[in-house]
Design a protein around this ligand. Structure first.
Ligand code: GAP
Length: 514
């Protein structure tokens, strides 16, 4: 088993043991790619949502919210192209009977070559020491250039095959590259077929084809069909955006890697309506804003990278992913897409209703262009959990499991702990608890030795523990223990609120985005 598998396995078991994520309907052996969020998971999720919502809707005066229904008129999905084009190219291995996405097999092949380049660079960096010039090396080293050339060729062939929906060439590429099934190790592949990812269901009151409706595969279409409702009711002027958080459903074939790829998941999406011709400016603006939103959380800038799409979705004229270094490597966390006027135009055609905006400055009507930011809430949850999870060996030889969550997102912000369960300590601790819980999610805990209580809080990511001891009764001061450094300092009870505000309030985090 590779170490990335080990990390993911530890994370899955930690998430279950400490009430973050449970497999769905576990007593019936679970349902694949479906998960339930436990007591701490739901709070962490809500805090991520709140951070996104505040950063997008509260900070930007030209963004407003929407909560549209999961079910939409079936023509929506005809117009959006999802009925005809929301497909994955699938290939089966005849020996293992396992099904794969053909493009993912090729992407994984490319990733292996990329890692070979990284290895060459690492070796050279060691050889040359301080004088090593990474950029120069990448441009001049023959072996690296050979790998890069191979990657370009494979990418080019894959792009051409995907764009032409040429499934036979896609299969041929897999065969030519000698890609084997990770399970059986064999090259015994079927042909490549297209598979639509939408879940269909029946509307109760009608029968036949007309009754087929879909569970939405993205929230975006709810924002498009409400574009004029929102623009008029909220008196918005272009450029403006509609933000939405909600469930989406996809019948993913390769649904694995915990909550990374689920069949039921949640999206945080924003559609920004702009004057045609200005979309690339706004594409850049949102790229920069979104990466900033991630970076101020402090999960490590080395864990993010942009990846421009090879195959543009049927609606886009530019698209990039923000990839995150998950335990299984760099993978898509968020997409930023310039969707042109594709969706609104299609809805105008299919509905027969005008989807145009009258621009008072230009004195003309047009269908706006759209720049979209789309992030999976569950994926963000996994990014936060995986970057925060550590198993530490302490100086005294003991071990602790630490969830060093960004403080603002932690499900429990404070633990209030009387050192002993007597001598008036619980009374003072409860008094502090009752005051602080008005501002923060707090836990009061008087059970077990203090060290054991600290460990419990470390494991769920509580940033600060406040300990009340005998001295507190005399000098009105408490001990504040920092989760990450385990350092302790004494603070007067009356100063607690101000001290905590600077460290825990989301407004302080949001300020960094303005
Ligand atoms: N409206 C555009 C759209 O839906 P997408 O790239 O297909 O674009 C946006 O999805 C984000 O939703 C992705 O970046 C990812 O974070 C998340 N996402 C997509 N499919 C998912 C799945 N099966 N499970 C969990 N998250 C998913």
């Amino acid at each position: 088993m590779s170490s990335s598998d080990d990390v993911l396995k530890s994370l899955v078991s930690h998430a279950k043991e400490y009430g973050f994520v449970f497999p769905s309907s576990e007593i019936y052996d679970g349902l694949s790619a479906t998960y339930d969020y436990g007591p701490y998971g739901v709070d962490l999720k809500n805090n991520i949502k709140a951070y996104w919502w505040k950063a997008m809707v509260q900070i930007h005066t030209n963004l407003v919210g929407l909560d549209s229904a999961i079910f939409m008129h079936p023509t929506t999905w005809k117009a959006s192209g999802h009925v005809d084009a929301f497909n994955d190219p699938l290939i089966d291995n005849k020996d293992s009977k396992k099904r794969y996405r053909a493009d993912v097999l090729i992407e994984e092949y490319l990733e292996k070559i990329r890692l070979k380049i990284e290895k060459e660079v690492e070796k050279a960096a060691q050889r040359f020491g301080d004088s090593f010039d990474r950029d120069m090396y990448l441009k001049t080293n023959a072996r690296v250039l050979g790998y890069a050339e191979e990657m370009d060729q494979v990418r080019g062939k894959m792009k051409a095959a995907l764009e032409a929906a040429d499934l036979e060439s896609l299969r041929q590429l897999i065969v030519d590259l000698g890609i084997v099934c990770p399970l059986s190790g064999s090259k015994n592949w079927t042909e490549v077929r297209q598979f639509n990812l939408m879940f269909a269901t029946e509307l109760g009151s009608v029968s036949g084809e007309a009754s087929t409706i879909y569970l939405r595969p993205e929230t975006a279409q709810g924002s498009y069909v409400n574009f004029l409702n929102v623009q008029k009711s909220a008196r918005m002027k272009i450029p403006f955006g509609i933000a939405q958080i909600g469930k989406a459903f996809r019948n993913e074939i390769i649904a694995r890697q915990f909550i990374f790829r689920m069949r039921e998941f949640e999206q945080m999406e924003m559609q920004f309506f702009v004057r045609p011709g200005t979309e690339m400016e706004w594409f850049e603006y949102w790229k920069n804003f979104r990466i900033k939103w991630h970076s101020v959380l402090g999960l490590g800038s080395q864990n993010y990278r942009f990846h421009d799409h090879i195959k543009l979705a049927h609606y886009a004229n530019a698209a990039t992913d923000i990839e995150f270094n998950f335990p299984m490597g760099f993978k898509e966390l968020e997409g930023i897409h310039s969707r042109t006027d594709f969706d609104l135009k299609a809805h105008e055609t299919f509905s027969g209703r005008k989807q145009q905006y009258f621009d008072p400055e230009l004195q003309e009507s047009y269908i706006p262009y759209v720049v979209e930011t789309a992030i999976g809430l569950d994926r963000m949850f996994l990014a936060v959990m995986s970057a925060s999870y550590t198993e530490e060996k302490l100086e005294d030889g003991s071990e602790r499991t630490l969830l060093a969550l960004p403080r603002w997102l932690a499900p429990v912000k404070l633990a209030i702990l009387p050192l002993l369960k007597k001598d008036g300590l619980p009374e003072l601790a409860l008094d502090i608890f009752k005051k602080l819980r008005l501002d923060y999610t707090c836990q009061y805990d008087e059970k077990d030795a203090i060290g054991k209580r600290y460990r419990r809080q470390d494991a769920i990511g509580t940033p600060y523990c406040i300990t009340i001891d005998h001295q507190s009764l005399e000098d009105g001061m408490v001990t504040l223990r920092d989760r990450d450094s385990m350092s302790q300092e004494r603070i007067p009870i009356q100063d607690l609120k101000g001290w905590l505000h600077q460290r825990l309030d989301m407004s302080v985090l949001l300020e960094q985005l303005t």
